[in-house]
Design a protein around this ligand. Structure first.
Ligand code: AMP
Length: 390
């Protein structure tokens, strides 16, 4: 067993502190008042990314701390800004609406921001009066909000952040038309955060429509093969990497995958393993003739093979449209290489996903990469393929 193993097991759960996530004094004070000691996993993943202004898809159920995961970055963004309605949080039910409003008050109590909730089944006028008076944040159920929008009790011309909470439930409840009407009235240039406990195709479609280059953060098990992750690290023992790769390609129905290995032999080994598993793959590295390389790329482009395994040779010059996934089978030793490789995907405007397999002796390299790119890459553990199997 490598000596780093105990480090890993104690290291992985070592969650950053709230301060390390980039939150300011007002939020930190509110968190301390609430008695929270450490961020929950969804908070640790989502908060730094949301603070950077990225669109996020958060896969998390109630009870995971998801409300603070979107509320805290929202408060950071709005604090001290102009008093206009700058954020809207849509929720499926009035219970959740009230709960989110309460959370906002709790987490934002030192930030001096106003929030109101609007939902159906209660008197309309007090909501109308409050909306017309102006407020920083509106938490609403879609149906009642439409009524207010129609009467122009509130306008969203200055909206900066839109949160769709429990998106799967909103769609289940038939709110898609209302959501569409509401989103049509908010500025296109905004930050959108979508949270959902599940990711059925309808929610994916909603995300594709309304989110820009979203990053996906999730806690718990991957519940469906359809879930895609924009940018993620899989902690995996070195000797389980071949199985993890085959699993992801098969279960995730990955189409055109560019896999990077550190060495030529590594590339050949990966190809062999995939073929043994019945997955058509080909290698591309400097031991192969130019003709072979060209043929490999053509087959890849034509969709005859779905997996191309390459060493660094493919990294910069290769411009293949439509690559859906890049997988770093080995963690790149240079952070710049990571950035270039990630750049392979997303060129053809499809959402490109980039996965990095991280063995125990590669944790330091991932940290360096995170430092260079200035963001923490979400970790995804697949039971049976992660360090927990050791
Ligand atoms: P939510 O998933 O947002 O409904 O939150 C579930 C519960 O977890 C709420 O009662 C929160 O007050 C609580 N909570 C949220 N974040 C933390 C944290 N970092 N530490 C402890 N409790 C938390």
């Amino acid at each position: 067993m490598p000596p780093a193993m105990t480090d890993v097991l104690t290291d992985e759960p070592a969650v950053p502190s709230f301060a390390e996530l980039g939150l300011g004094p007002a939020s930190l004070q509110a968190i301390a008042d609430a008695g929270y000691e450490r961020p929950t996993p969804i908070q640790a993943q989502a908060i730094p990314l949301a603070l950077k202004g990225r669109d996020l898809m958060g896969l998390a159920q109630t009870g995971t701390g998801k409300t603070a995961a979107f509320t805290l970055p929202l408060i950071e963004r709005l604090e001290g800004g102009p008093s206009r309605t700058r954020a809207l949080i849509l929720t499926p039910t009035r219970e959740l609406c009230v709960q989110v409003e309460e959370s906002f008050r709790k987490y934002g109590k030192h930030a001096g921001l106003g929030v109101i909730s609007v939902y159906g089944g209660v008197a309309y006028e007090p909501q109308e009066t409050a909306l017309r008076a102006g407020v920083d944040v509106v938490v609403a159920t879609p149906g009642r909000l439409i009524d207010h929008l129609e009467k122009q009790n509130v306008v969203f011309d200055d909206l900066e952040v839109l949160v769709l909470d429990e998106a799967d439930r909103m769609l289940d409840m038939g709110f898609a038309p209302q959501i569409n009407r509401i989103v049509a009235q908010v500025p296109t240039y905004r930050q959108t955060l979508l949270f959902s406990a599940t990711m059925p195709p309808e929610v994916e479609a909603l995300a594709r429509k309304y989110l820009r280059k979203p990053l996906v953060v999730q806690v718990g098990r991957r519940s469906s093969a359809a879930i895609t992750v924009t940018h993620a690290v899989y902690p995996v023992p070195q000797d389980r990497k071949p199985q993890l790769l085959a699993h992801l390609i098969r279960e995730g129905a990955l189409d055109t995958v560019l896999v990077f290995t550190r060495t030529k032999h590594g590339a050949d080994r990966v190809v062999r393993h995939l073929r043994e598993q019945g997955i058509e793959a080909t290698a591309m590295h400097s031991d192969r003739s130019q003709k072979e390389r060209t043929a490999a790329i053509e087959d890849f482009k034509a969709g005859k093979i779905s997996v191309l395994v390459a060493t660094d040779i493919a990294q910069r010059g290769l411009d293949i449209n439509g690559i859906t996934h890049v997988i770093n089978y080995d963690v790149p030793t240079q952070a710049e290489d990571y950035v270039h490789r990630i750049g392979r995907t997303g060129r053809a405007a499809t959402s490109g996903d980039a996965y990095t397999f991280m063995a125990t002796d590669e944790i330091g390299m991932v940290r360096t990469i995170e430092h260079v790119i200035g963001q923490k890459i979400p970790r995804i553990s697949i039971p049976g393929y992660d360090f927990g199997t050791l």
